[in-house]
Write a protein that binds this ligand. Structure first.
Ligand code: HEC
Ligand SMILES: [Cu+2]
Length: 349
């Protein structure tokens, strides 16, 4: 008796510690364990149900096992053969029926949720329609009904369903905003997958590529910025407004010839690569260089520093990226970075 109490006394702090650790688990902007919207809540609910059933099974099975081992252990001198229960109908029915009941408890809500979350909102006039295209190693967000295209930062209002049509431009990727909604694969071969979610709380959430897609897969981050409706409307208007090219003619020429063949800024430039309109006001450069001076982030810097770092050598930041290292002089890099850092959209009032 004394002994067992000792073991328990040692285990208790450990158990209490684990409960504390798990309850504080995860950042609200990045964790499925801290859901920030109804879809994520529902998915988290399924996780909790699954874990609860598993914990119940483990506890009951271990309790019975420990009880049996202690109660029916062979005592010194005991040579009798215990009662044999092989083929016992009652026992076999019990241990077949119990798992079936548990699987039904798990299966019914799972199937219901899976079908519920597959609901098609792509024709819903009240939803915000977004076409997501995954590229090695960046995300393109097109709002077909609003005539706007952006990259790396999905801006959405907090008062509507966001309806996603996801596809890939190259290999298999997976679109994932852990604290808002589960993964949606983007499959090669023209396949389009749909999903929807809602984000009632304004703020910035982290998005990830959840499918190994090449050397810079782990750097294929994006942000989801949730704002109120008025700010969203202002953002859409600002994205469509004309943007002035650099005042300095030489800088404008370099930008035009070296960068705008691929990138768009306002109405200028190409459409096939990340749209740089408003890049100076975004949370990150290339999704991974975080624009902050908070040292808790690994790749932090001001937006201008991050732009310089990126333009100087994109391959160094993201190995295998399809943005080439453009041959520029240091003053050209500085001037272009300064200009891009100044491209801010004034939509948050
Ligand atoms: C051949 C096409 C091409 C050219 C030319 C090019 N880029 Fe890029 N650029 C890309 C691609 C592709 C990406 C996405 C890279 C990634 O994230 O993997 C990118 C990303 C960027 C980003 C990050 C965008 C974001 O949304 O965070 C910036 C900034 C940028 N380029 C600036 C420039 C500048 C400045 C020049 C000219 C000096 C330039 N690019 C020339 C293809 C190009
Ligand atoms: Cu990817």
């Amino acid at each position: 008796m004394m002994n067992r109490w000792h073991v328990l006394k040692r285990l208790l702090p450990l158990l209490a510690g684990m409960v504390l650790l798990l309850s504080a688990c995860g950042r609200a902007d990045l964790s499925t364990l801290r859901p920030q919207g109804p879809v994520a809540e529902e998915q988290f609910g399924l996780m909790k149900l699954t874990v609860a059933i598993m914990v119940l099974v483990v506890i009951v099975v271990f309790a019975i096992a420990v009880y049996v081992i202690v109660r029916f252990r062979r005592r010194p001198g005991d040579k009798t053969i215990p009662v044999q229960v092989e083929g016992n109908h009652k026992l076999e029915i019990i241990w077949t029926v119990i798992p079936i009941i548990l699987l039904i408890i798990l299966g019914v809500p799972t199937v219901k949720t899976v079908f519920g979350l597959a609901e098609d909102h792509t024709k819903d006039p009240n939803a915000v329609q977004v076409k997501v295209t995954a590229h090695q190693y960046w995300w393109e967000f097109e709002y077909p009904n609003l005539g706007v295209k952006t990259a790396q930062e999905l801006l959405i209002p907090n008062d509507a369903i966001i309806s996603i049509e996801a596809k890939t431009a190259d290999v298999l990727h997976s679109f994932w905003i852990p604290s808002l909604a589960g993964k949606t694969d983007t499959n090669p071969g023209g396949n389009v997958n749909i999903m929807y979610f809602e984000a009632p709380k304004t703020g910035v959430y982290l998005g990830k590529c959840a499918e190994l897609c090449g050397p810079s897969h782990s750097l294929m981050d994006f942000k989801v910025k949730v704002v109120d409706r008025a700010s969203f409307d202002r953002w859409v208007a600002a994205m469509k407004s004309p943007v002035a090219l650099p005042a300095d003619k030489e800088v404008a020429d370099v930008l035009n010839s070296q960068c705008l063949s691929c990138h768009a800024i306002g109405a200028n430039g190409g459409q096939l690569y990340p749209n740089l309109t408003g890049i100076g006001g975004r949370q990150a450069v290339a999704g991974i260089l975080v624009n902050t001076d908070d040292a808790k982030y690994e790749n932090e810097g001001t937006v201008e520093e991050n732009l310089k770092r990126w333009i100087t050598d994109p391959q160094k930041v993201k190995p295998g990226t399809l943005m080439p290292k453009v041959d520029l002089t240091q003053p050209q890099i500085d001037a272009i970075s300064k200009y891009l850092a100044g491209l801010k959209l004034d939509y948050e009032k």
